[in-house]
Design a protein. Structure first.
Length: 117
């Protein structure tokens, strides 16, 4: 029997406290329109290339926040990405490390990473 499980990650769920505020923040930093529908009152699917991001206010609690990055967002130029996030007022929790990546927090405290690809 062939393995029915694909070698792909479909989406990552983010616990967020306020679905509307999270939608607006993530769409702003990712440069996508926040014009999609909030589903079932607690889910917002961010249009991405590749693995998706789903914001979910139903699963939110402080103990479910990402304490370390579960993945990284890609950037073509890490210095430009760092300046962009800094200019947006994002909570940057590291400088650019090894000329390759940096970490930041979303408004709920989830820790994310941007890495030069």
């Amino acid at each position: 029997m062939d393995n029915p499980i694909l070698k792909q990650i479909g989406t990552v769920f983010f616990p967020v406290s306020n679905i509307e505020k999270a939608r607006d923040w993530y769409c702003d930093i990712l440069g996508v329109k926040a014009d999609g529908k909030i589903q079932f009152g607690h889910l917002y699917v961010i249009p991405m290339g590749g693995t998706g991001i789903v914001l979910d206010s139903k699963i939110y609690s402080e103990d479910r926040l990402f304490k370390t990055p579960a993945f990284h967002l890609n950037a073509k130029n890490i210095e430009e990405a760092f300046r962009f996030m800094s200019n947006k007022g994002v909570n940057l929790i590291t400088e650019i490390e090894h000329n390759h990546y940096f970490n930041f927090k979303d408004p709920d405290g989830n820790i994310l990473m941007i890495c030069e690809c």
